[in-house]
Structures are given as structure tokens and as C-alpha cells.
Write a protein that binds this ligand. Structure first.
Ligand code: SME
Length: 165
């Protein structure tokens, strides 16, 4: 089990934090293949490493219902299901592209789960041509997410895809 010093990680730059978190994710995944345990620990690690994360979790594709269903998350109660193509999550899933939203009120069709959320990033979890779901992060501040979040969260999404495949 890895020992994470969350006081120390808060002194690092955003890039350094993501690099550290990605290494910690590799250690977490070593020798453990339980999907729920691994997905849960990853979002806990993220939420505790980044002060500006208000909510972080997964929406995973449910083939039977043809929509996205809430997976493990950290934060307040959230919408259980999101239709593909709807909201930031459903749009990112459908287009298989990351979306950075600086102000959620400016994104047409944004789905409000927590009224404290003001900006958001959603990254698809891809497996070859298919999207398996998305990783969604909300912040209470405006414009919290940038290219650095995108690059590292996309790298993380590749690790998450391996967990789900
Ligand atoms: N805002 C998202 C819904 C999920 S919550 O933020 C947890 C969306 O528009 O898809």
C-alpha cells in the first residue's frame, strides 16, 4: 500500500502534482485488479491531491440502457444517469473528446448536479475506437482547468481504460 503525504503534495506545482499522482496510481494498481477498488482509490487520490477539485468521478457506459451511469466518485450526491450526447459528460463521451468548460452556465445543456460547481473538465475513457465512459471533474472556481489538467487526465484515462478492459 502506498503512503501518500497530502501536505507535501500541496506544495508542488500542478504538473508535479499530476506526475506524482500518476506514479501513485501505478503503485496502487500493482498487484490489484479489482475494478471498483481501483476506480475508487484513484478518485480519492485525485480529490485529496487537488484542492480545487469539488467533485471527481466516473460516468460509465451502460450498454443495456444505452446511457452513462454514475461510477465511484468523491463529492456530493450526483445524477445517477446521463444520456449520451447530453450535458458535458454525454457530449465528451459521444465525441470521444475532452471538454474544458470555464463557466458551466455558458455550456448549452450543462447538467447541474451540484450548484457550487462553476467550471468542469470531462475526459473520455477510450479503448481503441470505443468510449467506455468519462472521467468528470468539477470545481467551485471559474476557469480551474487548463491544458495541463487535460494532458495528465487523458494519461490517467488511459490507465483507467486498462482497468476497465
Ligand atoms: N455537469 C455534468 C453532470 C455531472 S456532474 O457535474 C457530477 C454534465 O453536464 O454532464
Amino acid at each position: 500500500m502506498i503512503d501518500v503525504d497530502f501536505n507535501n503534495i500541496k506544495l508542488l506545482s500542478k504538473k508535479e502534482r499530476y506526475t506524482t499522482v500518476l506514479k501513485q496510481v501505478d503503485s496502487l494498481l500493482e498487484g490489484e485488479n479489482n475494478v471498483i477498488a481501483n476506480l475508487s482509490n484513484i478518485v480519492s487520490l485525485l480529490k485529496n491531491s487537488f484542492g480545487y477539485y469539488l467533485w471527481v468521478g466516473y460516468y460509465l457506459y451502460d450498454e443495456e440502457k444505452n446511457n452513462l451511469v454514475l461510477g465511484p466518485f468523491q463529492g456530493s450526491l450526483a445524477c445517477t444517469r446521463i444520456e449520451t450526447g447530453k450535458g458535458v459528460c454525454g457530449t465528451s463521451f459521444q465525441n470521444k473528446e475532452s471538454i474544458i468548460v470555464e463557466d458551466v452556465t455558458k455550456f448549452p445543456g450543462h447538467i447541474v448536479c451540484d450548484s457550487k460547481s462553476n467550471s468542469e473538465i470531462v475526459v473520455p475513457i477510450l479503448s481503441g475506437e470505443n468510449a467506455l465512459g468519462v472521467l468528470d471533474v468539477d470545481s467551485a472556481d471559474y476557469s480551474s482547468f487548463d491544458e495541463i489538467d487535460k494532458i495528465y487526465l487523458e494519461e490517467l484515462a488511459r490507465k483507467i481504460s486498462n482497468i476497465l478492459s
